[in-house]
Ligand binder design. Structure first.
Ligand SMILES: [Fe+2]
Ligand SMILES: [Fe+2]
Length: 435
């Protein structure tokens, strides 16, 4: 493993200067990246010195440097976890074979598709959040926003390095395309549905970082298991940065709930909106939206693609080492499916259920954050409990055909209360797409 080279145009720990062709390709891409940042990244504030974390190594103790920097001068770099020479493929048909240092020819297209799909989410989120600096609730929040933005930019670099380094001309074309698609653009949208949704306000941003960045965490966990070693090593380091993004979301929504509960205690029986706080029913609706959209990102419950990716050793399960068995040829998963208008449990061969396995891990992780929010309402003696529903408002998979309601919508309908302004919910601009 090369040490971090900060004297280069592109900081890296992959010994970029020894591969002149690759270095040139990335240095040619760099001005296009900056042009993209300046045209659709955060509006304004690019001349301001922002206190930001910058990755400077992959050491678990002390990988980041903190200091004031203008965002366009941020040192977006390429950092991979150190290589373990004895690493083997940890799952699927190639279990136990040496991990691949080059792209296996037979899996080239699948692998490229997996990397491009992940890569596309990174600039998309920056585009979605570009106006939020203007309405930041505080300087603390604004700094967090920009921290998330520059790190999503770095994640794009991480993926573009893989494309340019291992996929030749195709990879270079994909890298260019990543700077050309635009979130929400009907003619040239980002690949996945959630990443084309507007994120126009801070409650959306907090829900996005709570739920959509958490999808990122689980996709990265699954790709960090990949038999293609450079992808695994890249994703492991990206996960280190990702934790803060989810912290921003969970605590951000938590602060909104905290404020609402205080106002409700201060003004019992009154609508908290009258006093500038978000009614909890409205918070629930925001959660419903981002939770369902992010849950869709895992794709159909039963998926031959997910089976292929697993069999090939390209995309595993999150925390693959926690499983006793890594071929998944025998087992099955009981999935509640919605077929011909009815819900029914069905045993699905495990490999075909890999989307659902990953979604299950994701939803369990989301629940921890939701429990944290409900402890806030409980602490204040407020009865309301936030409770998103796995099948509600889904656009992908079996449940897209189902009509589901949440407990909160049912009780609002019964009592006839609609305390949120109509039209206050984010609107869809593009069709949903999943992996
Ligand atoms: Fe990211
Ligand atoms: Fe993130």
């Amino acid at each position: 493993m090369a040490s971090i080279d900060y004297s280069q145009k592109i900081p890296n720990n992959v010994d970029l200067s020894s591969d002149k062709r690759l270095q040139r390709a990335l240095e040619e891409w760099q001005p296009n990246y900056l042009e993209w940042w300046n045209s659709v990244g955060p509006t304004d504030f690019n001349a301001n010195e922002i206190y930001l974390r910058t990755a400077v190594s992959v050491d678990s103790d002390g990988w980041a440097h903190f200091g004031y920097v203008k965002m366009p001068d941020y040192r977006w770099g390429i950092f991979l976890e150190p290589r373990n020479e004895s690493r083997t493929v940890g799952f699927g048909d190639h279990l136990g074979e040496p991990a691949w240092q080059q792209v296996p020819g037979e899996y080239r297209n699948w692998l490229r598709r997996l990397i491009v799909t992940q890569a596309d989410t990174e600039p998309a989120s920056v585009e979605q959040q570009r106006l939020l600096g203007h309405t930041a609730p505080s300087l603390y929040d604004m700094r967090n926003l920009f921290q998330v933005n520059v790190e999503e930019g770095r994640h794009l670099w991480a993926m573009v390095y893989l494309l340019q380094s291992y996929f030749g001309r195709d990879g270079r074309e994909e890298a260019d395309e990543l700077l050309q698609r635009r979130s929400g653009n009907p003619d040239h949208p980002r690949i996945l549905g959630t990443f084309n949704q507007p994120c126009p306000d801070w409650l959306s941003f907090f829900c996005f970082t709570m739920f959509t960045d958490r999808d990122g965490k689980f996709q990265l966990l699954a790709l960090a298991e990949s038999g293609f070693d450079p992808l695994a090593r890249t994703c492991r380091f990206m996960l280190t940065e990702e934790a803060h993004h989810m912290f921003v979301g969970q605590t951000g929504v938590g602060r909104v709930i905290e404020r609402t509960c205080s106002v409700m205690k201060e003004h019992p029986g009154k609508d908290p909106a009258q006093f500038g706080a978000f009614p909890l029913e409205l918070v629930q609706r925001y959660i419903n939206f981002w939770y369902s959209s992010s849950t869709d990102l895992y794709g159909s419950e039963v998926s031959s693609n997910s089976a292929n990716f697993f069999a090939a050793g390209l995309k595993g399960r999150a925390f693959e080492e926690r499983y006793d068995e890594h071929k998944a040829l025998e087992g099955s998963l009981k999935i509640e499916r919605f077929i011909e208008g009815k819900l029914a449990a069905e045993e699905v061969a495990l490999r075909n259920a890999m989307n659902e396995v990953l979604r299950g891990e994701y939803l369990a992780d989301c629940q921890k954050g939701i429990d944290y929010w409900n402890r806030i309402t409980e602490k204040h003696g407020v009865e309301f409990r936030l409770a998103p529903h796995r099948r509600f408002h889904r656009k992908i998979g079996d449940y897209a055909a189902a009509s589901s309601t949440t407990r909160a919508t049912r009780s609002a309908r019964r009592s006839g209360t609609r305390r949120w302004a109509s039209g206050s919910r984010p609107r869809r601009t593009a069709p949903s797409c999943s992996r």
